[in-house]
Design a protein around this ligand. Sequence first.
Ligand code: FAD
Length: 321
Amino acid sequence: MARKVIVVGEVRSGELRNVSFEAVAAGKVVADGGEVVGVLLGESVTDLANQLIHYGVDRVVVVNHPELKSFTTDAHQQALLQVFDLENPEAVILGHTALGKDVSPRLAMKLNAGLISDVISIEIQGDEPVFTRPIYSGKAFEKKKINEGVLFATIRPNNIASLAKDETRCGDVSTLTVDLKNLRTIIKEIVQKSTGGVDLTEAKVVIAGGRGVKSSEGFKPLQDLANLLGGAVGASRGACDADYCDYSLQIGQTGKVVTPDLYFAVGISGAIQHLAGMSNSKTIVAINKDPEAPIFEVADYGIVGDLFEVVPLLIEELKAV
Ligand code: FAD
């Protein structure tokens, strides 16, 4: 059954985040032949609209407003509600990101709609989209559908492949003027502090440090390794609790969930709560001086040794390549 689907694109530092294109691919499945409308919110984001069209949306509604320059719950919620009012979508897809996690439950509640979060795949069964999401810290998966009303879904970054870019695709780009009032909170940063501009949840390479790194200075070589590999630095809660780094870098059950191609666990023991956030990484490399550390049970490659010796050696080797 064809549906009208809105896909909310995410803009960070003037660029569309990859999860936006993955959300478009998800939107196409849910639309099941219906129209996919991209929505872009920002201070001046019209120039990005064609990228969404190249990745598969049929048309784009752009909302430019100074209050949308940085992410704030109030401004984004109000702007999106005004877009929905005009468009009457049957489904809305967002990334399972700080923005998506923040606004989707609020919007779904306002519209008396159902929300399925952290989706990793979608299929059409009969006429209806069925969403798969991990449960029990990724140990099991459940399939969910929404029986009636508007459907909201957030998709986990790096899990649903975006469609091939087609620069010959054309579509209408319209701008909508919105009225944003009573803004309460300005959140200065969109949660993810990444290194070298690489977003932690979208990074293909993650170098995560644990309590074994011993200090914030100890993270410096990890940062160097991440820079070398075009990756992002992450951390265990142990490292965050010890104040070696910011909590925005925490990976795990109560932190971020990452699924990079390559994950380095450096001085991380491998507690179950940490594994919940990274065990679906494609290749896991563990560096730990304790050969009995549980992280080695999930690692594809294990290096038993002192991280303060191993990481500089790795950097040296990689620079030589
Ligand atoms: P440790 O367990 O102390 O491990 C440090 C490791 O470093 C050790 O294995 C040690 O052998 C190694 N090491 C030390 N020095 C060196 C060296 N020089 N070279 C090489 N290796 C070295 N944790 C998370 O990470 N994310 C979460 O989201 C999370 N959520 C939680 C939620 C709840 C409700 C609870 C109860 C706990 C949660 N935790 C979470 C905490 C989790 O249980 C662990 O305490 C935490 O992951 C441990 O962090 P760590 O591996 O850095 O530290």
